[in-house]
Design a protein around this ligand. Structure first.
Ligand code: SF4
Ligand code: SF4
Length: 464
């Protein structure tokens, strides 16, 4: 039997249907696991399932028959075939998976029914992180820019179905008044035009106090990503406040209340200074604060993304190196009873750079196509107060990369998940071809094991 971990379990068999020939999906991965199981994964559907060794042998027989054009399956084979089709491990022979993915990707690129705005209400920050690429800036978004953003949304509201607002900076909570002004109007527009609206924030967490959390909830900002760069002793060194003091304890206290009210993800920016011991220490501090079940923890690769931060390149992992330590750190999460949120899920596009209707807006209304460019005027593609110019070189710069036209990506069985990887890595950095690939290319098999174990742990906990 195949036990589905991602989808429903059984489908009825209908033997009266006309015979349709099938083939194995190009995007499958089957890997042996322990206790006589295989992990089955399909990158196009995102299905992850456990398969018995007996069923894996049955599948090998089915595959041989499919290759030779033999459509005579016995009852057991037919049953398994039906389940495999449900997870898209097997598809109709005439179904062109690659062309379908390519078409969906193109639709996603030019989708004007969805608008994504990442808004930096200020580039000022209360911290002085040594790796930060953002220069020390002051000031916040003017009411003229706020109005231009509202009018930009309103102009296209009729054609929109979905609106995603992300708050970014600098430290966005230093400009709470701008956030309030904008969100009140955004929520009114969402209601008036019946838009599916989601809003989240990337914050350093220092000002994520009770008052601000309650206000964020009222404004329907339902998720926040907070960065903790290691346990207290390391974080306070790497992310000191402007006045030189540490921030860890205040952030931890803030998270106790915040995680009960909004979704909290903790990003740990990993560089070579990290060890398993430091991650273990951090997890211990989070658990002691009662946050184990209340936050999702994930690891981010610290990269010298711009020339402004080239000074940190010595201490950064490349993607292959990061992918290996990432496995160890996710194992630690598992061993310490934290949930694993990271999944090799299929995506239509990689990020805003591949979407025609997604922009980052800085406090002056300048529009960008990548987080790395925030506030860097020479990478702006225009201003929100003017018409969007899709011929602008800074729009084309990242948008032109098409993974479905790239020879290596076309052949890659992780294309539906990786979608060619970060466009800025390709366009802005001189790095070897194999390091352009997303982490999954380097660590899929061990990460699938960790994900399977975490699902088992969660299922066992539910039963208790
Ligand atoms: S291009 Fe890369 S760095 Fe820029 S937003 Fe996309 S994924 Fe992030
Ligand atoms: S960048 Fe690498 S992992 Fe991603 S689709 Fe292309 S070849 Fe595959």
């Amino acid at each position: 039997m195949i036990s589905s971990m991602e989808r429903g379990n059984s489908l009825h068999q209908n033997t009266k249907r006309p015979i349709i020939m099938h083939k194995l999906s190009k995007y499958n991965q089957f890997q042996p696991w322990f206790d006589g199981y295989y992990i089955a994964y399909n990158a196009r559907s995102g299905a992850v399932a456990l398969m018995t060794t007996d069923n894996y042998s049955l599948l090998s027989g089915i595959a041989r028959k499919l290759q030779s054009g033999d459509a005579n399956f016995d009852t057991e084979e037919q049953k398994l075939l039906t389940q495999l089709k449900y997870g898209s491990f097997i598809v109709d022979d005439e179904f062109d998976e690659f062309e379908t993915l390519k078409f969906t990707h193109q639709l996603g690129r030019f989708d004007s029914t969805s608008l994504g705005l990442t808004i930096a209400p200020t580039m000022a920050c209360n911290m002085a992180c040594h790796y930060c690429f953002e220069e020390n800036k002051k000031g916040k978004m003017s009411s003229a820019v706020i109005e231009a953003i509202i009018s930009f949304i309103e102009k296209q509201a009729r054609q929109l179905k979905k609106l995603e607002i992300g708050w970014y900076g600098g430290e966005p909570l230093l400009a709470m008044d701008v956030i309030e002004d904008l969100m009140l109007s955004v929520n009114d527009l969402a209601q008036e035009y019946k838009l599916e609206c989601g809003s989240s924030m990337i914050t350093n967490g220092y000002l994520l106090n009770r008052e601000n959390v309650d206000r964020l909830r009222e404004l329907k900002i339902s998720n926040a990503q907070v960065t903790l760069d290691g346990p207290a002793r390391l974080h306070d060194r790497k992310r000191p406040l402007k006045n030189g003091r540490g921030s860890f304890q205040t952030i931890l206290e803030n998270l106790k209340y915040a995680s009960a009210k909004i979704g909290i993800g903790i990003r740990v920016n990993v560089d070579k200074s990290f060890t398993k011991e430091t991650i273990q220490e951090l997890l211990g501090e989070l658990a002691e604060a009662g946050l184990r079940e209340r936050v999702g923890v994930y690891f981010g690769q610290l990269e010298p993304a711009t020339t402004a931060c080239a000074n940190i390149s010595e201490s950064c992992y490349d993607t292959a190196g990061f992918s290996q330590v990432e496995i160890e750190y996710y194992r630690l999460l598992l061993e310490n009873g934290f949930r694993i949120d990271k999944l090799p899920a299929p995506a239509v596009t990689f990020c805003m750079a591949q979407n025609i209707n997604a922009f980052l807006i800085d406090p002056e209304g300048e529009l960008y196509r990548c987080f790395n460019y925030a506030g860097d005027k020479k990478m702006s593609m225009g201003n929100i107060r003017n018409e969007i110019n899709y011929q602008h070189k800074n729009f084309i710069h990242l948008f032109r990369f098409d993974p479905y036209a790239d020879a290596a990506c076309r052949e890659c069985n992780l294309l539906p998940v990786c979608v060619g990887g970060c466009p800025s890595r390709r366009a802005d950095r001189d790095i070897p071809r194999e390091l352009l690939c997303d982490n999954w290319k380097h660590n899929l098999a061990p990460m699938l094991e960790i994900i399977a174990l975490s699902r088992q742990q969660a299922a066992a906990a539910k039963k208790e």
